[in-house]
Design a protein. Structure first.
Length: 230
């Protein structure tokens, strides 16, 4: 399949490609969550929910592998580097009680993936303690076991966990297509710059494109059945 993209079309074989959805968690996206409590405008992230739903429906309908990630730590915080904890000085810290339970702690309400993009049984969910989805996880093993060499990447935030994951993937030999309208940032300028950095210099980290182009490649909106939209 070919998808119109920058810096040139992204070609992929569905059987060897995964849709990787990064950190679409309640605490980052919901109005009553941790991100909002810090004063961020979650609408900037929420606008990527609908395009993600469309891509997810089309990808599932085509029979492609879907992998979800969540950023968060063990309840005892044993996997939290002091450096990551220290950097929140002055504000609430990881593990503190937030509006949706303990901040970035696994199993808390805010750590969950938003219901609009809930994983289905059989879709791997990667719990990651870092920004990148390859660090301290079994993502590479899961992808290698299935012969996956290409990734379509979406999620939040563009310049933090999406960008870090794409750079990690690049160094492990994966080709990544990042869907611009399926990513989001609390800082629009960072979103734009992060995407430009991926496709610059003839695709130094990968490709960028739009959800409509991917859905076209998968057979268009007709490929998404009414059941898959729900
Ligand atoms: C993610 C963050 N997911 N911004 N985390 O990007 O801390």
């Amino acid at each position: 399949m070919h998808v119109a993209a920058d810096p040139y079309p992204f070609t992929f074989d569905l059987a060897r490609t995964a849709l990787l959805i990064i950190d679409m968690q309640r605490d980052f996206l919901e109005p009553g969550g941790f991100g909002a409590a810090l004063g961020n405008d979650v609408a900037l992230l929420r606008r990527c929910i609908a395009p993600n739903q469309m891509v997810l429906a089309a990808w599932r309908a085509a029979g492609g592998l879907v992998i979800h990630t969540r950023e968060g730590h063990r309840t005892d915080l044993a996997d939290l580097h002091p450096a990551k904890w220290r950097r929140a000085a002055g504000g609430p810290r990881i593990g503190d009680e937030g509006p949706m339970g303990r901040i970035l702690v696994r199993g808390e309400p805010g750590h969950a993936i938003i219901p609009d993009l809930a994983p289905r049984p059989g879709e791997p969910v990667i719990d990651k303690p870092g920004k990148g989805a390859f660090y301290a996880t079994d993502l590479h093993a899961i992808l290698s076991a299935r012969g996956v060499a290409r990734l379509v990447v979406t999620g939040v935030t563009t310049e933090v966990c999406v960008s870090t994951t794409v750079r990690e993937a690049n160094d492990r030999g994966y080709d990544c297509l990042v869907l611009e309208d399926c990513c989001g940032s609390y800082f629009p300028a960072f979103h734009t710059a992060a995407l430009q950095m991926i496709a610059a210099q003839s695709g130094i980290f990968g490709w960028t494109g739009h959800s409509a182009a991917l859905i076209d490649a998968l057979g268009g909106a007709d490929a998404i059945t009414a059941g898959d939209r729900s």
